[in-house]
Design a protein around this ligand. Structure first.
Ligand code: MG
Length: 388
């Protein structure tokens, strides 16, 4: 068994929305197809993956470095010991040939898109949904596919767009969501407090509402907002300061008694180790949001999860960033605390197809082989243009 081709396509994200720091209007995603020489029903078996959403495609790194290395590798260098499946850890090792340690950045997302495509391919070769492949790889045979889910949104819309926060959250509630996350830090504090109160009127309780500052705050703003929101008893206060400012995070957790969440911009196990050592995070309380699609793929993510558990944290504290089908399968297969969904934004990748219904705050993956990306019409339309 061998790889015949690896193809990258940069796909623009739809939607003119912003958080406290960035506008998503020019963001795109690297969609990758890994074409195997296995033929079923007259067609090659192909694995699809993408790097996470809310960032940029990585066509240069993929086309100039990562894809040529993988295509040049001997077939056995990418296979597991019995040759019946690809070994994602070996894929990662080959992809990192001649790359120096550290400085993870965009390289981590580029490699993630390919590594995740190999998980999709392995699941299709086994003719099973990816969450089962992932659970078996993690030694978790008693997998429960239903996953707690919340609707992430609550962005700052351009003036005059006619959209309101209340309308947006009510729309999510109509779709079966009972928990929500909104952005803060992109407006003066008084305006943000009004946004939180507006969202609470829909959510019904602070435990069903999280807020995300997208790394915007310095220590003074972080603590000022912490004091202002403490009484709301929010589900969590997310990515408050610079993602690598572990000292800020530690000071925050010393003052703020409610859960904080961070980790979506940590791209390696070493970064997570430093967060655990210096970030002040609290077992049983705080939330980890590392995302396989930003951090070299699932092999590296599983190593991060091992670190959490070795440090006294529970995998129920892990809610990966990135509300899409790949992370739904990862959350189900690894038994994580839950996942997010972007039901209204980040198309074509955000949210779930009708085969994965949301209800009562839960979502479950379908039985389609792999990540089931072909079942989401918006993604399927792009896949058709990609190859074959
Ligand atoms: Mg976030």
């Amino acid at each position: 068994m061998r790889i015949v081709d690896i193809i990258e396509r940069s796909v623009p994200l739809e939607g003119a929305i912003s958080n406290a720091v960035v506008s998503f209007t020019d963001h795109d995603v690297s969609l990758v197809a890994v074409v195997s020489d296995v033929v079923r029903n007259g067609r090659p078996v192909i694995g699809f993956g993408f790097n996470s959403i809310g960032r940029y495609a990585q066509r240069g790194i993929l086309r100039d470095r990562i894809i040529p290395r993988l295509k040049a590798a001997a077939p056995h260098a990418l296979l597991d010991d019995d040759g019946k499946a690809f070994d994602p850890a070996k894929v990662l090792a080959v992809a990192l040939t001649n790359e120096k340690p550290g400085g993870h950045g965009d390289r981590a997302g580029a490699i993630a898109a390919v590594e995740l495509a190999f998980w999709d391919l392995n699941a299709k070769l086994a003719d099973e949904p990816a969450y089962l492949t992932i659970a078996r790889a993690a030694g978790r045979p008693d997998v429960q596919p239903a996953v707690p889910v919340y609707a992430a949104g609550g962005y700052y819309y351009p003036q005059g767009s006619g959209k309101t926060l209340t309308d947006e959250l009510l729309g999510y509630r109509d779709q079966g969501f009972d928990a929500f996350k909104i952005k803060i830090g992109g407006a003066p504090m008084a305006a943000d407090m009004a946004r939180i109160e507006e969202a609470l009127a829909v959510a019904g309780h602070g435990k069903r509402l999280s807020v995300d500052a997208n790394g915007r705050f310095d220590i003074d703003a972080a603590l000022a907002y912490a004091r202002a929101i403490e009484g709301y008893d929010l589900r969590w206060y997310e990515e408050v300061g610079d993602p690598l400012d572990y000292d800020l995070n530690r000071q925050l957790t010393e003052l703020y008694s409610r859960p904080v969440a961070t980790g979506e911009n940590l791209f390696s196990r070493q970064d997570v180790k430093n967060l655990l050592l210096f970030g002040g995070l609290r077992p049983g309380r705080d939330i980890f949001q590392m995302d396989a699609g930003l951090s070299y793929g699932l092999s590296e993510y599983m190593a991060m999860l091992d670190l959490l558990e070795q440090s006294g944290f529970d995998r129920a504290q892990a809610f990966p960033h990135g509300g899409h089908l790949i992370n739904l399968h990862i959350a189900a297969g690894l038994g994580l605390g839950g996942c997010e969904a972007y039901p209204g934004v980040f198309q074509p990748f955000g949210g779930y197809p009708s085969a994965c219904p949301v209800g009562g705050g839960w979502v479950r993956p379908s039985d389609a082989p792999g990540f089931g990306l072909e079942q989401k019409p918006e993604i399927a339309a792009v896949l058709k243009t990609l190859c074959i």
